[in-house]
Structures are given as structure tokens and as C-alpha cells.
Ligand binder design. Structure first.
Ligand SMILES: [Zn+2]
Length: 116
């Protein structure tokens, strides 16, 4: 697997998955970490492609949750019967849980709810 993300400043960062039996990070997470390490705070688009000609693949549930928490406005390129298509993170994770590391769309952290 390989993944690429485009930051709000139009820089592009890539990553590959680090397969390990303990559950290594997906290519998407490596690309997101690379972007953040290079100072990119906003990610506007992400795509992952499988090896062996598998083409564009949808992100796994863990990636979707990370995107929802850190980059809720990010567009995700996904495969469809008519070719790759751009969708929102919300399309991939409707009604999703907002984790404790979630940021609001303006990049600020939401107030913690009293029931957390
Ligand atoms: Zn994943």
C-alpha cells in the first residue's frame, strides 16, 4: 500500500504501510504523519493505492477515525464502479464518534463534553 496526501498549502506527502504482525501503521497514517512532521497542519485530500495493480482503495476504519478527528474537512479519493471519486470523511464515517484528540474544522480543539 502507498498513500499520498495534499496539504492546504498544496505540498504533497507520501507514505507506505509498515506491515508488522503487531499491527503496523497503514500507508495513510504514515503519509499523514509525514505531512505533520513537515509542518503541514491542514490536509485537504488523501488517496491510497494498493500494490499489485489493485488501484485506489478505501481507507480502513482506523484511518477514517483519524481523518475525522484531525482532518474533518479532508476529501478522500475512493474507488467506485465509475472510477475514483472524491468524498468527504463524513461520507465514509457518518455519525462518527469524535475522539478525545479531535479538532474542530478551524483547527481548534472542541470543549470536552461533561460526559466524556
Ligand atoms: Zn488503514
Amino acid at each position: 500500500m502507498g498513500a499520498a496526501v495534499m496539504a492546504g498549502d498544496h505540498r504533497t506527502f507520501t507514505g507506505v504501510n509498515l506491515y508488522h504482525f503487531t499491527g503496523g501503521p497503514c500507508a495513510e497514517l504514515v503519509a499523514l504523519g509525514t505531512a505533520r512532521a513537515q509542518g503541514a497542519r491542514e490536509v485537504v485530500t488523501i488517496v491510497a493505492v494498493g500494490s499489485g495493480g489493485r488501484g485506489v482503495l478505501t481507507p480502513c476504519g482506523r484511518d477514517r477515525q483519524v481523518l475525522a478527528d484531525y482532518h474533518p474537512r479532508c476529501r478522500v479519493i475512493v474507488p467506485t464502479g465509475q472510477g475514483p471519486r472524491s468524498v468527504t470523511v463524513g461520507d465514509l464515517l457518518p455519525g462518527g464518534y469524535r475522539g478525545p484528540d479531535a479538532v474542530d474544522e478551524d483547527g481548534t480543539r472542541p470543549e470536552l463534553a461533561g460526559d466524556r
